[in-house]
Design a protein around this ligand. Sequence first.
Ligand SMILES: Nc1nc2c(ncn2[C@@H]2O[C@H](COP(=O)(O)OP(=O)(O)O)[C@@H](O)[C@H]2O)c(=O)[nH]1
Ligand SMILES: [Mg+2]
Length: 311
Amino acid sequence: MNIPHLLQQLHGGEARGVARAISLVEDQLPGAEQLLAGLDRQRIEKVLILGLTGPPGAGKSTLTGELVGVLRRQDIRVGIIAIDPSSPISGGALLGDRIRMMQHALDPDVVIRSMATRGRLGGLCGSAGAAARIMAASGCRVVILETVGIGQSEMDIVRLADLTALVLAPGFGDDIQAMKAGILEVADLLVVNKADQAGARRLQLDMGTVFSDPGDREDRICATVASEGAGIETLMERIFFFEQLYRQDGRLQERRRRSFTLETLDWATEMVKARLQEKMKTPRFECVEPRQAALELVRGLVNEKVNYKKI
Ligand SMILES: Nc1nc2c(ncn2[C@@H]2O[C@H](COP(=O)(O)OP(=O)(O)O)[C@@H](O)[C@H]2O)c(=O)[nH]1
Ligand SMILES: [Mg+2]
């Protein structure tokens, strides 16, 4: 693989270059380190990584399509990373999203990538973070990271974002009550989507109780009808408003440091796991209990001088 050429392609904004670069890193192929080290740091500094999360069916994909529309009308290049919980074989959730993104499919300034959570080789966190930076280096000013649900792995993914919007809709009552307490830990903005449906107003009032500050209640809750494109421009304005605020008060830099730690740990875990699996192919243990064997294995690994570039 000719890495300088690949870097040139992706920095020039070529979709094929971006796709190949992400695959190289995701599959942990030789040259991945060189590629990542060669990315345009200034563009990475400028990008906004926007997390979109919420229960399935709330309207995240529809909203993503609409946000992309708003950004493209401002001539802003945008990347989308859709974290797909379905198996790579069934591909169920992907199909619907692909169809919804059709309106942007031919736009060279919309870069789309799906990542499966199941059946993958490397860690998700590290790969998603790297993909976001590759997109940024290709000229994307905004990268949208769409995840489903609020389980632990989604939380980790959301922590890669500079700013996160939680998408809710009427009719998800129990889900919402269950996660209400944790909302502020993850969400900078609350989107009450499907504002055309009964119960939206009540949901919005209910969400208001999450914030003690009336100003926050005003600024951090947005009502949208994604399927009709209503409220999207206001939402995008709020997103940029908070981006500016977080850049100025240092929160954005703090979050980048946090995601650096998360991603590093993810890569390191993957590397060690791969090495352990390699060693387990010819296990020779002097003990009878797996826990003891594990200790022996880990001790052996620590004493080893491995060329980790190879794994
Ligand atoms: N009535 C109404 N339906 C919507 C709205 N936004 C999305 N939908 C519909 O809700 C369904 C789920 O949307 P989708 O974007 O796939 O949700 P996701 O699973 O969160 O990505 C689709 O049938 C959309 O057309 C909205 O604002 N109002
Ligand atoms: Mg979706």
